[in-house]
Design a protein around this ligand. Structure first.
Ligand SMILES: [Mg+2]
Length: 430
């Protein structure tokens, strides 16, 4: 803060220019590109019944505005509101591809790109102004290019800090640019409800309301000590957010993974009765998770399993590995170990659904510590084998190479989690 004002006074201060680009109704827009025939109908992308109990992940303009369908609503409720609703299953590989294409456009303007979920990014364009024009011109350029090159739309907020830039991208949409500068921020930002502010969830909103604070302006004017008295440290953070004091840098490209976890799940075609069944299904899931990690150049350190038994009792367990991995066998053996130490078929009912996921992701090329207790040469050979098999599957389909033991019960293992059964990346539900 002090530094900041002294810079202004000395006259050589170059204020930061931050853009926040938000792809509008991202999943639904991408699906409408692939299915032009549904473009003018009310459309939602809905989670698969097994893994997310069938909820609305996103809807297009029509579904949301005309029928009041909201993200997070159950598909059943959404169908009640709109019987002719078109429900499309999510296709994450597709969304990840679009997310990458968006970032490729952004990277023409700056290398400081910080993704926030699959469909949002902050861009620091402070250093790009000489080359590409004012931040507003850059925002306009991006908006037009995304529409022309990808066929979807973004709304862009322009400001001197990340918080107001994000409010800007929300302010006018779709396909719009909003500039929030030092001259107009009180006019635009202050009347907005506090719940619009980043990190203000329902419980914080309620606490603020209890103290008579409804708008961002009221939050900005409140004494920070008073806020801290009922919000703790968060009180100071939110006070600085509301005043536009936020000055966290926009992370450089590649420093934050696009997604926080990769997972696959399945409700088995028949109940799983023994360890052999579990091993087979977990292998297919682990193989798909590992392949998706490798494709995105990622490794993960925490392996989680989810188990739901016949009586619909469910639990999750996780285990942290000594080093990050994207090796199928390692994931599968960890998943099986987790299962065996938490489940006993002798005393517990047959299992109905299983999930395997990996989090604490990092770049697969990140330097890593060699594991003393592991055969590192073997690990390297397995890595090459994995990538070779991935290449074959890419060209000839997911089931062109399979483990022999999976052929024992093809009914059980013949599903293709790579194309289906992908668990929604958690980061979207922040
Ligand atoms: Mg969006």
């Amino acid at each position: 803060m002090l530094l900041y004002f002294s810079n202004i006074c000395s006259g050589d201060f170059m204020e930061r220019s931050v853009l926040h680009c938000d792809a509008n109704k991202f999943y639904a827009s991408v699906e409408c590109l692939y299915h032009p025939e549904i473009r003018d109908k009310p459309v939602v992308v809905g989670g698969s019944e097994e893994t997310r109990h069938g909820i609305v992940l996103t809807g297009n303009e029509k579904a949301k505005k005309l029928y009041g369908i909201k993200t997070g609503m159950s598909l059943a409720d959404a169908r009640l509101l709109c019987p002719q609703l078109v429900v499309v299953p999510p296709n994450y590989p597709r969304y990840i591809r679009f997310s990458k294409m968006l970032r490729r456009i952004y990277s023409d303007y700056t290398d400081m790109i910080e993704p926030f979920g699959l469909d949002e990014c902050w861009l620091d364009v402070t250093g790009s102004r000489l080359l590409f024009g004012t931040p507003e011109e850059i925002a306009e350029d991006i908006r037009k290019r995304v529409k022309f090159e990808l066929g979807i739309t973004v709304s862009v907020g322009v400001s001197w800090n990340k918080i107001f830039a994000k409010l800007g991208s929300d302010y006018k949409k779709p396909d719009a640019v909003t500039v929030i500068n030092r001259d107009n921020y009180k006019e635009i930002v202050y009347p907005l409800p506090v719940s619009d502010l980043l990190m203000v969830g329902p419980s914080t909103t309620q606490k603020l309301k209890n103290h008579g604070i409804y708008t961002i302006g009221e939050l900005a004017d409140a004494p920070p000590e008073m806020l801290a008295a009922f919000l703790g440290k968060m009180g100071y953070v939110l006070h600085s957010f509301a005043n536009g004091y936020e000055n966290a840098p926009v992370a450089e490209s590649g420093s934050t993974p696009l997604i926080k976890s990769v997972g696959n799940g399945i409700t088995a075609p028949r109940d799983l009765m023994n360890e052999e069944d579990i091993k087979s299904v977990q292998y297919v899931l682990a193989e798909s998770v590992a392949r998706r990690l490798r494709e995105q150049g990622l490794k993960g350190r925490v392996v989680s399993i989810g188990v739901r038994d016949k009586n619909l009792f469910s639990f999750t367990r996780q285990s942290k590995l000594s080093s990050a991995t994207n090796d199928t066998r390692k994931l599968q053996s960890t998943a099986l170990k987790l299962f065996n130490s938490n489940y006993s078929f002798e005393t517990m009912p047959p299992v109905r659904s299983l999930t395997v996921s990996v989090s604490e992701l990092c770049d697969e090329n990140d330097s890593f510590q060699l594991d003393m207790f592991e055969d590192n040469e073997l690990a390297e050979r397995l890595d090459r084998l994995n990538h070779t098999v991935d290449g074959l599957k890419e060209r000839f389909g997911s089931d062109c190479v399979r483990q022999a033991f999976l052929l024992k019960d093809e009914k059980l293992t013949g599903f293709d989690p790579y194309e289906k059964n992908i668990i929604h990346p958690v980061s979207y539900f922040r």
